[in-house]
Design a protein around this ligand. Structure first.
Ligand SMILES: [Zn+2]
Ligand SMILES: [Zn+2]
Length: 95
């Protein structure tokens, strides 16, 4: 039953987080607790959780595939998920 996208999962887990997991997670800005993105308030410290999820956050630090949104490491030139060519990120690296 849970065998769908086995290959995709494999490649995503290579990076530690799958995009689906990241899209459904937010990090509390107060205590850094990892919370599901459908929560409004942190389960640990009860402060309001940020709107941008972990995926948005991660994307702002790393390059991502324009086609499928897979977050890539800065040294990658092709998306492992869809094979899309990724732009060189020398400008991003300087940040
Ligand atoms: Zn918190
Ligand atoms: Zn892609």
């Amino acid at each position: 039953m849970k065998k769908r996208n086995a290959n995709r999962k494999k490649s995503l887990s290579y990076f530690g987080f799958g995009t689906d997991i990241m899209k459904h997670s937010v990090v509390c800005s107060e205590c850094n607790s990892l919370e599901p993105s459908n929560r409004m308030y942190c389960s640990k410290c009860n402060s309001k959780l940020p709107k941008s999820n972990l995926h948005d956050l991660y994307k702002s630090y790393h390059i991502s595939c324009e086609k499928c949104g897979t977050v890539l490491s800065n040294s990658m030139h092709y998306c492992p998920h869809c094979g899309n060519r990724v732009k060189a990120s020398s400008e991003l690296c300087a940040l």
